[in-house]
Design a protein around this ligand. Structure first.
Ligand SMILES: [Zn+2]
Length: 289
C-alpha cells in the first residue's frame, strides 16, 4: 500500500512538473492551436521568481525555458557560473537554457558545461563591424549606421556566420533591427536577405524564434521559412516581472501560418545538442570579412 502511494506520488510529479528520469518538463496541448506551447526564452529578471513563472505557465498552458545570459559583460562569464545556474534550476519543471551573448562566448565556456543546459541560443544583436566597432543593436548610442544598405549586408553576413559556425539550437530575437532603421523593416529585409538567413538556419538545424515581445520575425519571413523547412521556437525575452506575456504574437503566427507541432522546436536529446554536434569555433575576426 505504501509502495503504491509512493508510485502514485511519483507519477503525479512526472505529469505536473518534470519527467524525473529525463529532466524534461511536461508540456500540455493548447486545444485552439493544436500544439504544445513552450516559451523557450524567459528570464528570471526584475524580481520575477521561478514560482511566478510556473504559476503563469499553469494559468496559460505554457511550459517555460529559463535562460541565463552568459558572456562578456553579463552575470555569467565562466563554466562555474554556468553550472551553478543549471543546478539552481534543474528538475524544477522548466527547461534550462543558456543565452550565449556577444561573439566572445565561444571562448568562455566548455562544450561539456554548455551541454548541461537543455539548449543554447544566441541572437545577432552584438557584433563588431568591419570598421572594428562593437555594437549592441538595442543600444542607440552603440549603433553605427552610415548607410542602411551596407549595414544590412553586414548584418546578414554576421547572421549567416553565426548560424554556420556557432553551436546554437535556436536563433533568438531574429531579424531585429536597431531603432533608427526599424521602420524600414519590410524594405530592408528583402527576399534575398530573408532567404540567406532562412537557408543558413535550415542547413544548420537551428530553430528560428518567433519572439512575442519584439513581434519578430515578420509573417512573410515565417511563411518563407516554413516553406523552406525551418523549425520555430516561441519566445518572449522578458526584461522583468511584468512583460512575460502569454506568447500572443507566437500564437497569432502559429495560427496564421498554419504551423503544426512538427514545425516547432523540441530540445534535442543528450548527444544531439548543437554543442555536441559542432565544435566551438574561434570567434569571427574583423579582418576576415
Ligand atoms: Zn534574452
Amino acid at each position: 500500500m505504501i509502495r503504491r502511494s509512493k508510485i502514485l506520488i511519483l507519477s503525479l510529479l512526472c505529469v505536473n512538473y518534470a519527467c524525473i528520469g529525463c529532466n524534461q518538463p511536461a508540456a500540455r496541448d493548447v486545444p485552439s492551436l493544436g500544439v504544445k506551447l513552450t516559451d523557450y526564452h524567459a528570464h528570471l529578471k526584475g524580481g520575477l521568481t521561478l514560482e511566478e513563472v510556473l504559476a503563469a505557465g499553469k494559468k496559460n498552458g505554457i511550459t517555460y525555458g529559463i535562460a541565463q545570459n552568459c558572456g562578456k559583460g553579463f552575470p555569467v562569464t565562466d563554466d562555474a557560473g554556468l553550472l551553478a545556474f543549471v543546478e539552481s534550476i534543474r528538475g524544477k519543471g522548466v527547461y534550462v537554457a543558456v543565452q550565449a551573448e556577444g561573439r566572445e562566448w565561444v571562448t568562455m565556456f566548455s562544450p561539456a558545461a554548455l551541454a548541461r543546459a537543455d539548449y543554447v541560443f544566441t541572437d545577432a544583436m552584438t557584433w563588431t563591424d568591419s570598421k572594428g566597432r562593437r555594437m549592441r543593436l538595442w543600444m542607440p548610442e552603440e549603433v553605427f549606421i552610415e548607410d542602411p544598405q551596407p549595414f544590412m549586408d553586414e548584418l546578414v553576413d554576421t547572421i549567416e556566420w553565426i548560424l554556420n559556425n556557432e553551436p546554437v539550437d535556436l536563433y533568438a530575437n531574429p531579424t531585429f533591427l536597431p531603432a533608427v532603421i526599424a521602420e524600414q523593416y519590410d524594405a530592408l529585409w528583402t527576399i534575398e536577405r530573408m532567404d540567406r538567413v532562412i537557408n543558413a538556419a535550415v542547413k544548420n538545424g537551428v530553430a528560428i524564434e518567433i519572439n512575442s515581445k519584439l513581434r519578430l520575425p515578420s509573417e512573410s519571413f515565417i511563411r518563407r521559412a516554413k516553406a523552406a523547412g525551418a523549425t520555430f521556437s516561441c519566445g518572449t525575452n522578458n526584461a522583468g516581472k511584468n512583460d512575460l506575456g502569454n506568447l500572443e504574437y507566437s500564437r497569432q503566427m502559429i495560427a496564421k501560418c498554419g504551423l503544426t507541432q512538427k514545425d516547432l522546436f523540441t530540445p534535442k536529446p543528450e548527444g544531439q545538442k548543437a554543442v555536441q554536434r559542432k565544435k566551438l569555433p574561434q570567434p569571427r575576426r574583423t579582418e576576415t570579412r
